[in-house]
Design a protein around this ligand. Sequence first.
Ligand code: B3K
Ligand code: ZN
Length: 902
Amino acid sequence: MTVYRNDYQPFPYHIPTVALQFDLDPEATRVTSLLSVTRRDGVAAHTPLRLDAEDLEFVSVSLNGQPCAPDRFVVDDTSLTVLDLPSSCEIEIVCITQPAQNTSLMGLYVSGHSLFTQCEAEGFRRITYFADRPDVMSTYSVTLRANRSQYPVLLSNGNLVEETNLDDGRHECKWHDPFPKPCYLFALVAGEFDLRQQQTYTRSGKAVTLQIYSDPGTFDRTEWAMQSLERSVRWDESRFGLELDLDRFMIVAARDFNMGAMENKGLNIFNAAYVLADPETATDANYQAIEAVIGHEYFHNWTGNRVTCRDWFQLSLKEGLTVFRDQEFTADMLAEGLDETSAASARAVKRIDDVIMLRAAQFPEDAGPMAHPIRPESFEEISNFYTATVYEKGAEVIRMMHTLLGEQTFQSGMQEYFRRHDGQAVTCDDYVSSLEWALQAEHPNRNLDVFRRWYSQAGTPHVNVELSHGPEDATLTLSQRCEMVGVEKSTGFAKQPFHIPLRIGAIGADGSKRYLSVHAEGEQAVQTGESVLLELTQTQQSWRISGLIKNDILSLNRGFTAPIEIAYEYSNEQLAALAQHDPDAWARWEAMQMLYTRYLLAQTQAADTTQNDTPAIANLLALVIDVCNATLGDSKLDQAYITRLLSLPSDKYLLQQMQPMNPLSLARAKHQLETTLGMNLADQLMECVAQSPVTQQFDASPEAAGKRALRNLALGWLNLANVEQAKSLATHHYDSANNMTDRLGALRALLLSPVRDDRVEAALAHFYDRFQNDPLVVDKWFAIQASAPGTGLKTVSQLLNHPAFVFRNPNRLRALVFQFCSNNPLGFHAPDGSGYRFWAEQVTRIDQSNPEVAARLARMLDHWAHHIEPLKSHMQAALKSVADTPDISGNTREIVTKALTL
Ligand code: B3K
Ligand code: ZN
């Protein structure tokens, strides 16, 4: 069933208080819920109260203490409707849910020996009959009862009010959450855990207890998570002026979890992968992700929980904003304590990582069958809309407003937002209006009218840039267009220009700096500086620029001020100059990306049309090698940044620029380029590896992590190129590693080597042997093999039958099945279509137990129609086979039907 944003209606009743009692038992948990219900003003007297349900066993309903007469209620599989209510009453409902049978991991479920809940978006209806929508906010009191030895810890939101031992071996804990909340923020946890806790004080002096609960035996691995939480608390106070409003803030790690983590009020539940870390078992990337996700969920306490969404179409209200906040948090943490130049470079690295992710996940989404604005107009299944668009593009939209307003005005808009809406369920438009208020307090003539279109229009805008030199100054003309995408195509939607903030600068052909003076045509106001911010709000606009001479090179979208594609005719030499001299670290990286892209696309095209290498391609390759060489030798650059400069664009981004898409020839071209770079730069790469030996004491600083990243890239290229000694170096690196980043880097390098000998097998076997009892590391072992270039379906099938493969665990599925389908082009896109048939089998199989995870996997063939034959036909057949499977879930059905029809 399709739900439309425009059909929103408020719920006819208020439910100000909810008292829940749980008799917890994995086989059958009895849930008693007592709701206070009041009819909203203006609602007709006989309006029925319809409550949502899914997979519940109904027991009873009573009204003001009396069992409800059979003709006063209707119950079916998806609802309980109570008729003829007085304007105000109490309703008590009893039902039963079966956590051990719940493989969807939505609602109340078993993971390991513990019980967990996941309610966002619509999981609370799997716990009890309720108005499962974010605009119904209630104060919760929760009583949990369970066997004391099996479930010594019983947690829910808010404050622990009372703990009592019952005389039948059970105990009881009562919790009260003083903050009214929508039911998607409800949580409970029951089990046995290690607890790390610490007291801290908020800025205003209130004492709060921070707690992290994790599986018995993992206490030593929660230190980083605790530090990350403490830093999150401090950062939200210092940068946003937002304090923790609770007496205790809990995080619990679960082994089985559908996504990263969940921001339940005061009781965040996390995928263990985003909590547990020590140098032996977690990579530098894991450390950074843990800090970011802990930050993200913590920041939701204000942006999401204190102010929440009116309806699920407004999801980006909390997600885009909170991603923006966690991105800034990470950037501030990376830059902390550094001098100005290093801080700028550290921030650029974070920005680059975010752009890589946006281009790999969101740009393709915005051009495919699931394209939607950051505030969608319709959906069939809301869980399919926790997308890169809502999250990452949503964050870009917030960032553009931050760029347009500046930090101070943006923060004053944030304050206004909380002043207006604390405790409410609101819309994206309410948020933009608060920022607009702050903007107009300073610039009464400005507004965000055009800007708001980012919320209603999908697609990635393309901006064309033209520069013409006149006798005195130059004219820069920007024009924008954005294709119709997704459902827009069938609705005759009239697309309008976007408000695009574009930071630009320029350098001389010799790399020298330029100072620009720019004004919009027909306007007086002049901007001057090394960088200026242009605002494109119409289809086409021009600016006059002085300070530029004939051969100067434009530097565009510095810092990636807008999530757009730019078209400008650079020569290869101009790109090479930018790639070595652009003072803006982001733009310098971008120039390098463009060079790689040019080369790879030319190379794949030549291969697809069976041309031999042309001189033009050979020249371009020589230029790429030169620039990489210079980059490696640039001692002013830090190593994390060099690693980004040397990394090729993602397949997903490159494929978007290929017509038709040929993932096989692309994979070969990338392989060939990295091999060539490995051969040509072997000496410098060897030096990178030698310069920072692995035997020293482990150092967790970002600087040391940067060194590890570059060293691992070097090891990889050297092994790809099969350079003499490369494999021994990698083997040595593996054996002497004192941390997971080095160990995994070495193992990956070994798997890249064209010759898979005993050393490779020995390292793989050793890795499993050593870490077999640690599920998060076993995931890495599966993932690294699933994505290794030599891995085909045969190996994947063996791995599926490995005793350590656990079908019900989403992390394990992501490690093996998802990795193979998304990160192993040569294996997955086998020309006989076997990879796609495997995909279809897995989607339908997973769908029977966990539709949310299956629907994620189903997205992998979104772009089938743009592929080269015979891949295209094979993909289409695989999609059809999923669509034709009887009883496929609504989640998966939405994805495959849209892929086949849009
Ligand atoms: N809000 C949750 C996501 C829930 C997804 C439900 N399908 C995590 C987050 O964004 O912080
Ligand atoms: Zn979030």
